[in-house]
Design a protein around this ligand. Structure first.
Ligand code: TRP
Length: 458
């Protein structure tokens, strides 16, 4: 009954461990090392972290289980898998648009993700070269401003990232993705631990611990709650097609509930350790925790320039960042590549190059925006925006929450109950999961979404 492109063994993960590693590689990325620390800083620390953990546990994990179930049943790309679930439930095929929307969101995210990964790549060489000097803030500012304004350099770094992604994904699921992730993830974990130990010794460990884990609810705003929920989606790679796609490659006999718990656990652990690798250094040097997206490119290098061994530690830090981002980029392109193979009959290599070329073209929009080229800046009824900010806003604040909401509604209300229960394969877990996906998740996401688009102000 389930005959699909992923019904063959060659397009399955070789083990439960390989699947968990690949999905963790997708989840752990810029979201953990760049975004989580700075939004924690902006939202006052401990109380925000607590809300974020609650969101991961009660909304993120159930939605992840929903996506993996769809993929495991359909054994195709996200769009087609969703169609299969709809059809098998006696529902119209148009429900497949939820899957397509995920693929589109992933593709759009990737187009700016490769540019930021390119910044990271450039920073490896800057750090190794001693370019942070002795860490004068003005000097570090100029370094960042010069890079983001230098269009040709950015095109170069971004092209390298896109090419690397294409070369790995073109090789296929096992020979490409699985091998790359198995090599990169252990190094990533090791670097992260080295950096956290260094930060604990050289930095102000206790101040960081207090900041991140001692909740002060007076610092938590409703906007902080909104950001925490949105980020739980982004960081677990939900609603962007990939968990359906990776679910399609799930070997038989792997528990969806347990593996989802592990993936979420590792993802959260990496975010928390990344925080503990960054904040002790920030506090030791009396830098501002709430400095926003520039935290790791404009604040941390100040400390790297001033610390003993900062040149080496800074280099290792940016290597770690690029590894994390690269394994996510591989995942972000996989659904479109698989789609070109499935729908258009492309060879795997042709599909990888075609999808990569599209990403490269789209990335030029983001690069033009950071360089301030007029072509990437436009006026909207809400004010001026640019290509980069518009894409970031569209994906993180609109497509991901709507996608998550639709996934919850689809698997909770539309899909056949028995079909999903069979995929989850544990009556006890299913009984726990169902009320969450039917009520808690959709209502929470709806509140967040309405808040974000400004329809309600909690
Ligand atoms: N989770 C990734 C991060 O934290 C970002 C991301 C969102 C992603 N959606 C994705 C990665 C889909 C891979 C696939 O950086």
């Amino acid at each position: 009954m389930q005959q699909g492109s992923a019904s063959k063994d060659s397009t399955r993960w070789s083990s439960r461990f390989a699947y968990i590693l690949a999905a963790t590689g997708a989840a752990v990325g810029l979201g953990n090392i760049w975004k989580f620390p700075y939004i924690t800083g902006e939202n006052g620390g401990g109380a925000f972290v607590l809300v974020y953990l609650v969101c991961i546990l009660f909304i993120g994990i159930p939605v992840m289980m929903a996506e993996v179930s769809i993929g495991k049943f359909g054994r195709h790309t996200p769009g087609k898998s969703t169609v299969e679930v709809a059809k098998a439930s006696g529902k119209p095929a148009f429900w497949g648009f939820i899957g397509w929307m995920g693929v589109l969101s992933g593709y759009l995210i990737l187009s700016f993700y490769v540019v930021i990964t390119g910044w990271g790549l450039a920073y490896i060489f800057k750090a190794a070269d001693g370019a942070f000097g002795n860490g004068t803030p003005a000097h570090i500012q100029t370094l960042f401003a010069d890079l983001t304004a230098n269009g040709w350099a950015l095109v170069g770094w971004t092209s390298l990232v896109v090419l690397g992604t294409v070369l790995v994904v073109g090789k296929g699921v096992k020979a490409g993705l699985e091998r790359a992730v198995s090599a990169l993830m252990p190094i990533l974990f090791l670097l992260l631990i080295i950096l956290a130990v260094y930060a604990a010794i050289e930095g102000d460990f206790w101040a960081a611990l207090h900041f991140m884990f001692d909740p002060d609810f007076s610092k938590l705003t409703i906007n902080g709650v909104v950001v925490a929920l949105g980020h739980s989606f982004f960081t677990l790679s939900l609603a962007s097609g990939i968990m359906i796609m990776y679910g399609a490659y799930l070997p038989e006999g792997v528990s969806i509930a347990k593996s989802s718990l592990w993936i979420a656990f590792f993802d959260t652990l990496v975010a928390l350790i990344a925080g503990m690798a960054i904040y002790p250094i920030v506090f030791e040097h009396h830098l501002a925790p709430g400095s926003g997206p520039g935290l790791i490119f404009q604040t941390l290098p100040i400390a790297f320039g001033q610390m003993p061994g900062g040149q080496l530690v800074g280099t290792l830090f940016f290597i770690m960042l690029v590894f994390a981002a690269f394994t996510s980029a591989l995942a972000l392109i996989e659904s479109s590549v698989a789609w070109l193979v499935e729908k258009r009959g492309f060879s795997r290599w042709a599909a990888a190059f075609t999808a990569g070329f599209g990403i490269w073209l789209l990335s030029l929009g983001t690069i033009a925006a950071t360089c301030g080229l007029p072509i990437a800046i436009f006026n909207t009824p809400w004010g001026q925006t640019n290509f980069f900010d518009a894409l970031d806003y569209l994906t993180a604040n609109i497509l991901l929450p709507i996608g998550g909401l639709l996934l919850a509604v689809f698997t909770g209300w539309i899909a056949n109950k028995k079909l999903i229960a069979d995929m989850i394969d544990s009556p006890a877990v299913f009984r726990l999961w169902q009320p969450i996906i039917k009520f808690l998740a959709p209502i929470a996401i709806l509140l967040v979404f309405l808040q974000l688009v400004g329809i309600i102000h909690l």
